[in-house]
Write a protein that binds this ligand. Structure first.
Ligand SMILES: Nc1ncnc2c1ncn2[C@@H]1O[C@H](COP(=O)(O)OP(=O)(O)OP(=O)(O)O)[C@@H](O)[C@H]1O
Ligand SMILES: Nc1ncnc2c1ncn2[C@@H]1O[C@H](COP(=O)(O)OP(=O)(O)OP(=O)(O)O)[C@@H](O)[C@H]1O
Ligand SMILES: [Mg+2]
Ligand SMILES: [Mg+2]
Lengths: 248, 248
């Protein structure tokens, strides 16, 4: 039965979607059956796999109780898509009966088909992120070590603590991964040191995802890093991260 | 009476807050009285001016009809703050009577005190962004020319068109500004060309805000660019953008 992992951070543009794409690809290459869930009405995850204007998407399934759409990317890698249409039905979801449990129930229906289910969360602490965290065994937090991480990380962990208290006591923060890092930039070095100091109870992955043009290019090409640039340092970093995540 | 301008883009991490801080500072140095409104529950704008855990904030004012809190940053520059507390009352706002008009009414009370009111929008198309756009005469759209801009810009302009159709017919897209750009990166060059091609009806500012470490450092220092590094290229770019915005 699948491990369900939310990739979560309400700060915008810190590499959540990039992490879901490439961690998902790496896990699938290691022989796991992987499902990626696009819980962001921006639909970047879906777009990066070339899926546009999906007729069946996550929000329909959550509201109408229809089966989760599963689009085959490769034999071992599947996608449940979203697009902007989710934004138009999001308040309906927020006001629905048992709103925060709905994703949990839909994922239960498909868990035996997969080894890992990765959920791409939007940059907010609204209903989509809540559903994702409630449905998850684990969450992984990508952090870009800049000014907003200083206080933002605290708010995120408070929300996770609330979800554990009131709805999903089994939710565990599997780890923090530093993303979009320039290893020699003083801001990044001091912020990483600050976070390591203040979040010692949390596991900080050794792998650091560095800033790289190849990542930007792969997404314009609508390909994952392994397909686009298997020899790149960026692919190696995500592949290494996958090993770290499996190991623990 | 103040011109009210939303800095809007539902894509995360494209420099909205950075633009509000530094455009706001530039406008204030040019002799304008400027008010900055933090409509993002992440509260990055407020944090960057050293305002934490504000007892009075925007969400209280919108829900309780109390006066907008105005914190003096400098003689010509004021801030109406937010923090994560807004996230906890956001659904209350969404369900309130006349929700989308509430910011408009609060800003009406202070418009005669200022020449410009800049609104920092969150990375979403939810109630906070809707309130911001309904309250605005203009919006300025920062775009980082990467993969997500390809389709995301369309969704944003559709939402703006809806707001014009149903609630605020006077809302005008003042312009698009390219942000977080590496001028020599092929992805950025081709995406900028693509956007210029497909959005010819819109005004694209000449000023391009380039990637710069100084911007990251200034926010860790909790200072605007003029205070932190007045000789930097980044400050010059935002100062130049301010002139472009005033001129049109
Ligand atoms: N390590 C990296 N180096 C360079 N560019 C990166 C890196 N990681 C992500 N990017 C680029 O930065 C942008 C934001 O990344 P991404 O969309 O993965 O972040 P996100 O957290 O999912 O954003 P959002 O909060 O909007 O969902 C994308 O254009 C992506 O291609
Ligand atoms: N031109 C730039 N060069 C380098 N770093 C930048 C630049 N503009 C912004 N940044 C940094 O990138 C990060 C994201 O910027 P910012 O917070 O302004 O984006 P945003 O659109 O407001 O994000 P959100 O969607 O989360 O509100 C910040 O750490 C900021 O310091
Ligand atoms: Mg994303
Ligand atoms: Mg912001």
């Amino acid at each position: 039965k699948a491990q369900i992992i939310s990739i979560v951070n309400h700060k915008g543009g810190v590499g959540k979607t990039t992490t879901v794409i490439n961690l998902g690809k790496a896990l699938s290459l290691l022989g796991n059956r992987v499902l990626l869930i696009d819980m962001d009405s921006q639909g970047n995850l879906s777009q990066c796999f070339g899926v546009h204007d999906p007729q069946e998407q996550v929000i329909d399934s959550l509201l109408d109780n229809s089966p989760l759409p599963l689009i085959e990317i490769t034999e071992n890698l599947y996608l449940t898509p979203s697009d902007i249409r989710m934004a138009y039905r999001e308040s309906e979801l927020a006001n629905s009966i048992g709103a925060d449990r709905r994703l949990t129930l839909k994922l239960e229906e498909v868990r035996d088909k997969f080894d890992f289910i990765l959920i791409d969360c939007p940059p907010s602490l609204g209903i989509c992120t809540t559903c994702s965290l409630v449905a998850s065994n684990y969450c992984v937090v990508p952090i870009q070590p800049e000014a907003s991480a200083y206080h933002g990380v605290e708010s995120l962990f408070n929300r996770i603590a609330e979800i554990r208290t009131y709805i999903n006591p089994l939710l565990v923060v599997k780890g923090i991964v530093f993303t979009m890092v320039h290893k020699n930039q003083s801001v990044h070095k001091s912020m990483m040191a600050h976070i390591r100091e203040n979040y010692r109870n949390f596991h900080l992955y050794e792998t650091i995802i560095e800033v790289s043009t190849v990542i930007k290019q792969s997404q314009v090409a609508k390909e994952d890093l392994f397909t686009y640039a298997p020899k790149s340092i960026s692919w190696q970093q995500y592949y290494h991260l996958a090993h770290e995540i499996i190991a623990l």
